[in-house]
Design a protein around this ligand. Structure first.
Ligand SMILES: [Zn+2]
Length: 356
């Protein structure tokens, strides 16, 4: 069963709006009768008015109403205006929504900017530009005329198109003929949103979005695969979304999506050992080091573990310290514990939280 999160730890996480606790506990405000996620942007009540719950259901049963700002009943924490903007961009990738347009709708451009940077690793303008240009990528890849690509992505001039293309994908259009790109999507999970990336060969990125600066992460992925990073989907990402949902619902124990994980020979040996740890079991860093025939390389094993780009899929969460402690986890230790509990227990996952 899930381990209990001490009240002091929940108080601290709530105080800091720590996204790595999203989904792991909820809190009710006695004076208003409203319950929230730990990351709620609303003003903080006095601690004595706060009551903690392990699940949204427990807060509802206790008579609390869901907060309209952090929307604790929705798996995704996307505010309604952001969901609307995304729908609009998907419907018409060529549409341009300026700061003035946002203001006219009563949406603060600064809020949009911060939300997109945090959630998508790029500004809203960069996001829509990438969506607009992804059609051009396909055309160039298929050997289409540059003129057509320029026109169809809504640019009036070649130079404007070239600048936007290079700024967005890190490669001028003339040099982009290799035909590879990394598609990135954002997937929902009970532990907060995950960012997933895939090449034509398979999944190459899966991380909790608060793990590190996404912008830097995308730059690293672009360099590693020598390919532009484009918001969008492909068949591997579609399969992953279905498999992840089944994993969290506990109806899937082994993923079948193909994985792509370039690295040094040593890192690949470590990652392949991680892939060999059965669902519901754990190993120590020492055992992994022995398994690859390098019993003295425990620290290097730990480092390779930490550099895993495929959270959950390459199950680095199944590695513990020698004395059974959690050790480290890029996504936060509470998430590691949640994943281990999910895989170990037979019943539904209900993270316990202690009530004051
Ligand atoms: Zn709230």
């Amino acid at each position: 069963m899930n381990s209990m999160i001490p009240t002091t730890e929940m108080e601290q996480a709530y105080l800091e709006r720590d996204g790595s606790y999203d989904g792991l506990f909820f809190l009710g405000v006695r004076t208003t009768g409203i319950f929230c996620r730990p990351t709620c942007p609303a003003r903080k009540p006095l601690p004595k008015h706060v009551e903690y719950f392990p699940t949204a259901r427990a807060a509802l049963v206790a008579g609390y109403r869901p907060c309209k700002r952090c929307r604790p009943l929705e798996v995704d924490d996307q505010p309604p205006w952001a969901a609307d903007l995304l729908t609009e961009v998907e419907r018409d990738p060529l549409s341009r929504i300026t700061d003035g347009d946002l203001r006219a709708r009563g949406i603060d451009p600064g809020t949009v900017r911060r939300h997109f940077l945090r959630r998508y690793g790029m500004t809203f303008q960069a996001f829509t530009r990438a969506r607009r240009l992804s059609g051009a990528l396909n055309q160039i890849r298929e050997g289409g005329a540059l003129d057509t690509a320029v026109f169809e992505s809504g640019y009036d001039s070649h130079s404007g198109f070239r600048d936007a293309f290079a700024r967005t994908f890190g490669t001028p259009p003339g040099r982009y003929r290799k035909g590879e790109c990394v598609a990135v999507s954002w997937l929902r999970s009970p532990l907060g949103p995950l960012v997933a990336g895939a090449t034509a060969e398979g999944i190459c990125l899966l991380e909790f979005t608060d793990r590190r600066m996404l912008g830097a992460e995308f730059a690293a992925v672009r360099k590693l695969f020598d390919a532009p990073v484009v918001p969008g989907s492909n068949t591997h990402l579609e399969s992953l979304e279905v498999e992840l949902a089944s994993y969290f619902a506990r109806s899937l124990r082994a993923f079948s999506v193909p994985l792509v994980y370039p690295g040094t020979a040593f890192q690949r040996r470590v990652w392949e050992q991680l892939l060999a740890i059965p669902y519901g079991e754990t190993r120590s860093y020492e055992q992994i080091a022995c398994a690859i025939g390098e019993p003295r390389a425990v620290r290097a094993v730990g480092r390779a573990n930490g550099l895993n780009r495929l959270a959950i899929l390459i199950p680095c969460h199944r590695v513990l310290t020698k004395d059974g402690k959690l050790g480290g986890y890029g996504g936060g230790l509470r998430r590691k514990q949640y994943l281990l509990d999910l895989e170990r227990s037979g019943g539904p996952v209900v993270p316990k939280a202690s009530n004051p």
